[in-house]
Design a protein around this ligand. Sequence first.
Ligand SMILES: Nc1ncnc2c1ncn2[C@@H]1O[C@H](COP(=O)(O)OP(=O)(O)OP(=O)(O)O)[C@@H](O)[C@H]1O
Length: 341
Amino acid sequence: MAAPGAVERLSRRPLDAVLEVRRAVRTLLADSACAAPLRSGRVYVAVSGGADSLALAEAAAHVGRRRDLTVGALVVDHGLQPGSAEVAARAAERARNLGVATATVLPVAVSGPGGPEAAARRARYAALRDHAGPGSLVLLGHTRDDQAETVLLGLGRGSGSRSLAGMRPLDPPWARPLLDVPRSVTSAACVELGVSPWDDPHNADPRFRRVRVRHEVLPLLEDVLAGGVSAALARTARQLREDCDALDAVAADVARRAEVGRDLSVAALAGVPPAVRRRVLRTWLLGAGVGDLSDAHLRSVDALVGRWRGQGGVFLPGGAEVSRAHDKLTLNRRQPTTRGS
Ligand SMILES: Nc1ncnc2c1ncn2[C@@H]1O[C@H](COP(=O)(O)OP(=O)(O)OP(=O)(O)O)[C@@H](O)[C@H]1O
């Protein structure tokens, strides 16, 4: 039986896939939000050595040359496996061979909470951002399939619409030109370019939920729902993102009217739909430095808006508490207690 994507690949003319990836890069860079970073001349492509980022590196270098832009490749070495430095050096060399002007390996120290995968992601994004510097653009190789997996994983966690909206194509310094390009196209592009991508062993490890979604859940959905599922999920993400952005804009407007110094006016929230109200509360609390807010936290704070008196406050992460006094919500913070005192 032909491998998935093989028929699609056979029907392509040579270089079709390369042209499709280049087109995606050109389209995103034409967005007005890219104008300033492009003028700064600091444009990078983050390269892991996999098919997606190698195809992206070639396309970015090609489009860059046409626009007199110097594009550099950045390869992060997480140092988590023996031989990782060689893998990173090979990725940098392949990127150079594909036309980027410079290729820099960034060794990082991976530590901190949340397991090695989360810590590696944090360290990677911090290193890329620091090296690229303010006003820069860093292109990432996330594809349409990555977006579909992100949406499904979010659904499984019971996430809200913000998370189901997936990754943004443009969120400077990050740019993801391939969110509408299937992974089969980046693989085909590498074949057309004659480059052999690095196959990250993690991508086949079924202990990772994302790997099982990729290899088991999505193919099953494609089968049951008669194809086009990844494209449909990516489309859904885009629609949700537009909806979320619209709600956020309304919420920002309400927040301006509702914020009274450190407090929030309950009267200004009267008649505001719950989805907008919770966004206002989230913005207010995040702005005051309260992190790790769950939907349940926001719903509890929101319930204070509909109450009047005789109710206790709502406790939030980091020792924060929101209480209602007449027509205001007030944020208080408990003093951190010193162990043993
Ligand atoms: N070690 C790394 N160094 C630089 N960039 C990276 C690294 N790992 C991931 N990235 C960037 O993040 C994007 C998404 O990462 P992810 O881990 O989902 O992809 P991958 O399967 O490892 O590699 P690829 O997307 O290149 O096939 C990559 O396409 C690349 O742009």
